[in-house]
Design a protein around this ligand. Structure first.
Ligand SMILES: *Cc1c(COP(=O)(O)O)cnc(C)c1O
Length: 367
């Protein structure tokens, strides 16, 4: 576990890291710690379905409330900050429609309110984007996805840049003396910030949320995730190249109505992709058939793509997003999250790109 934390911290440029048993455990622990006691989280409305559901229906029961706004428009997004806001949460590449956000601009907005910017960097992985280098303060990962890379281990992590100015008014828990942090010599209790000024937040997560909720990463999972990191660059660079080829070809197919990916023609994210994602903007894209009533028949006829809810896997995966990973959302919420009816989400794996294309074409020919 220590090896996994240290290597992921090195990749993300973080000074502190805590591993968790899953991405959701990492994310929910982070939001509970930041928003406790009636705080609010200002969140992008384009987030992973489980995150949206936790923010809407789970965290408010524990006194952590949420305001959603569209992070693609940072100025309007910033107007949704309130005096009770304790953190800003976005995904660097959103799930499922692969939109990019302006992390430096969102960091400036969060910092004006003296709160940290938390970035879920799951779809990007640190190979494609390192949020801490662009102004973010905390990075959260579901290591279940591209970091492990084989769909064989659940895991998560929280990483801290260090040096955030935690104000005592907004974040009193980091300033209060803790009996678990007594000085060895005098027995005098210290605060998390006194005990570890650079990594107070992750130290607190480790000693309280991880210890008391118990969602610790298992040693075998840590071993699998460390092995995943060894091949991260090789896997992700091939997956991104294949994704770009499939996007390019799909957008010209007569049975395809639209394709969303920063590399797609006319994408609103092209400028951000060019500025911040020199190695490509991920291997997850979505598309819609002209006749989305054919989704079922299309999916059934695919041979090489698996119908699985994971992503970042060695195998190529596809699913009907509104019917599976975003099925908790109402039609209005789906609209706010930018998820069109019939959205097919693809996570490109390591198969031969031409074999994948042939499979998509025979599936499209079948409908
Ligand atoms: C999958 C996912 C999560 C949750 O991770 P688990 O490891 O499945 O709990 C969080 N955020 C994003 C963007 C994800 O894709």
């Amino acid at each position: 576990m220590g090896a996994f934390e240290a290597r992921l911290a090195a990749l993300e440029g973080a000074v502190g890291a805590v591993a968790f048993a899953s991405g959701m455990a990492a994310l929910v622990s982070t939001l509970l710690a930041l928003g406790e006691g009636g705080g609010r989280i200002l969140a992008s409305s384009r987030l992973y379905g489980g995150t949206l559901d936790a923010l809407r229906s789970f965290l408010p029961r524990y006194g952590v409330h949420v305001d959603f706004a569209d992070a693609l428009d940072p100025v309007r997004f910033g107007k949704a900050l309130r005096p009770e806001t304790r953190a800003v949460l976005v995904e660097s590449i959103s799930n499922p429609d692969a939109h990019l956000v302006d992390v430096p601009e969102l960091a400036r907005i969060a910092h004006r309110a003296n709160v940290p910017l938390v970035v879920d960097n799951t779809l990007a992985t640190p190979y494609l984007f390192r949020p801490l280098e662009h102004g973010a303060d905390i990075v959260v990962h579901s290591a279940t996805k591209g970091i492990g890379g084989h769909g064989n281990a659940l895991g998560g992590a929280v990483l801290e840049k260090g040096g955030f100015a935690w104000s005592p008014e907004l974040f009193p828990a980091l300033h209060e003396p803790q009996r678990i942090l007594r000085r060895r010599e005098s027995g005098e209790p210290r605060s998390f910030l006194e005990a570890s000024p650079q990594t107070a937040f992750t130290l607190r997560l480790r000693l309280t949320h991880l210890a008391y909720l118990g969602a610790a990463l298992g040693p075998f999972e840590a071993f699998l995730l460390v092995n995943g990191l060894v091949t991260l660059s090789e896997r992700v660079s091939k997956q991104v190249a294949t994704a770009q080829r499939l996007v390019e070809r799909l957008q010209d197919h007569p049975k395809v109505a639209w394709v969303k990916h920063p590399s797609a023609r006319g994408s609103a994210d092209a400028a951000l992709a060019k500025r911040d994602f020199p190695y490509g903007a991920g291997a997850v894209f979505s598309f819609g058939l002209r006749d989305h009533n054919s989704n079922g028949a299309f999916l059934d006829s695919l041979g090489l793509f698996s119908l699985q809810a994971n992503l970042g896997d060695a195998r190529s995966l596809i699913l009907d997003s509104p019917k599976t990973v975003h099925s908790e959302l109402t039609p209005t919420e789906l609209h706010e999250a930018g998820i069109a009816t019939g959205t097919l989400r693809v996570s490109v794996g390591l198969e031969d790109p031409d074999d994948l294309w042939d499979d998509l074409v025979q599936g499209l020919d079948n409908i």
